[in-house]
Structure formats: C-alpha cells, structure tokens
Ligand binder design. Structure first.
Ligand code: SF4
Length: 246
C-alpha cells in the first residue's frame, strides 16, 4: 500500500466521494464490472498520491503573462499543448498587447494559427476577446470569472485556467477531457456534464486546492489514466479507484 493511503479524511470537507451512477457497468479496461476499492478515496489520499506521482505537474502551455495564457488557452481547444506552443512561439513575438490582436488582419491571423485547427472560429474568438479587452478592460485581462466569461471564446474552463495560471486565484476547477475522464473513473462524479463535474469537485476539494488539483488531474489523464489504455498497474491510486483493472 502506498504511503498516505488511509491517512486522509474527506468528511471534514464534504463526506465521501460520490460514486458514479454508471458504477457497476465497466472498469477502465472495459471489464464488465466495477468494484468497491480496498481503500476509500479521500481528499488527502487523492492529493498526496497525485503529488507523489506528478510533483512536476503544471500548465504545459508556454506563456509569460495573462494575455499570452488567455490566447494560448483559447487556441488549445481541440489541439495539443505541444502544437499550440509551436504556434505561439512566433505568434507572441508578433502580438504583444491586446490592441495588437484587436487590430490584426483576420485572414492573416487565420494563417498564423492554422495548424491548431478550427482556425476560423479561434480567430474570431481571439480577436473578438482582444477587442473587448481594449474596449471594456483597458487592454488588460480581467481577474474575475464573471468578467472573463464575457469574453468571446471564454467559458468557465478557460477562465479557471487563466485565473489560476496567471493570477494564482482558485475560482473553480477547469474540467477538460482528461479531468472529465479521470474523475469519472475515480468515482468523484457520476456526471458527464462538465458544469456538474466542476460543482462536484468544488464540493469535494478544499478551495485552496482547486487550481493545483486541476493540474494534477490533467497530468494523471495525460500520462497514466489514458483514454484507451490506462496504466492501472502503474497508477498509485489503483487501490482507491473503483475502475482499476488490477
Ligand atoms: S487505477 Fe489509475 S489508471 Fe486505472 S482507472 Fe483508476 S485512476 Fe485510471
């Protein structure tokens, strides 16, 4: 048993993690049943184990200020961070302020971000967001979720990434495809709706861990709990995971 297993207490926050409504149907490897894990997953177990597995976890988009993180996060939809980082390495040399983006030629911008996919929609979002930053926020990225979600192309996921990564603010949990998959497998939610998953995680986790946990869960999903072939034998959470196939 990994050190720390059994030492945590969830009830101080919100009781035990909710089990999935889909529990009992299949595990992460497609086996026909789910099981009650040997160890109850608590906040402390989850966070301590993930920190042991991924002490280097961080946002993998390259950025140097809030505007760059906002642009990179919008571009990362349906793309990889690696591809976005290749594109932004040049893009951030050309566009340094919100006004630079707001004044950009859309056709040229489309070509510059083409390789991230969905380039027309992303161009509308980035340039539209930049115009709103110039017109309503003095060219600066706002620091509240209510203001951020007013920007074109910015929903709660992107707003949470920017608030945590650029300002260190814990306003929510960014639920991307990895967080959605691993939290379902771990039995932390029974929903596949990102809005509900975020609510479940915000009740489950202490507020000061929302941003950090997002980074850790994304690393878990990218490196171990992959969609097609989760490495349950190599996962330190396997004794507390109802979907583990070992
Ligand atoms: S044991 Fe780990 S890798 Fe396997 S399903 Fe659970 S979280 Fe994913």
């Amino acid at each position: 048993m990994a050190p720390g297993i059994g030492s945590g207490r969830l009830k101080k926050q919100n009781g035990h993690a909710p089990r999935s409504k889909k529990g009992g149907n299949e595990d992460a490897c497609g086996k026909p049943s789910r099981r009650t894990p040997a160890v109850t997953l608590t906040v402390d177990i989850l966070l301590e184990t993930l920190e042991r597995m991924y002490p280097q976890a961080c946002i993998e988009l390259v950025y140097h200020d809030p505007l760059e993180l906002l642009v990179a996060t919008i571009l990362s939809a349906q793309s990889t961070d690696r591809q976005v980082n290749i594109v932004t390495a040049e893009l951030f040399q050309r566009y340094r302020t919100a006004r630079d983006y707001a004044c950009a030629d859309p056709r040229r911008f489309e070509q510059q971000i083409n390789s991230t996919g969905f380039f027309r929609a992303k161009t509308r979002m980035v340039l539209g967001a930049a115009k709103m930053l110039v017109n309503r926020f003095d060219g600066k990225v706002p620091t509240t979720i209510d203001e951020l979600v007013q920007l074109p192309g910015v929903a709660r996921k992107t707003a949470n990434v920017v608030l945590w990564g650029a300002f260190g603010k814990n306003e929510g949990v960014a639920v991307d495809t990895h967080v959605k998959r691993v939290t379902w497998r771990l039995g932390l939610t029974g929903s596949d709706d990102p809005v509900k998953i975020e609510q479940h995680l915000m009740r489950f986790l202490p507020r000061d861990k929302w941003g950090r946990t997002t980074e850790l869960l994304i690393f878990l999903g990218r490196r171990t709990c992959k969609a097609a072939n989760p490495d349950c034998p190599g996962c330190l959470l396997n004794k507390a995971c109802p979907s583990s196939c070992v």
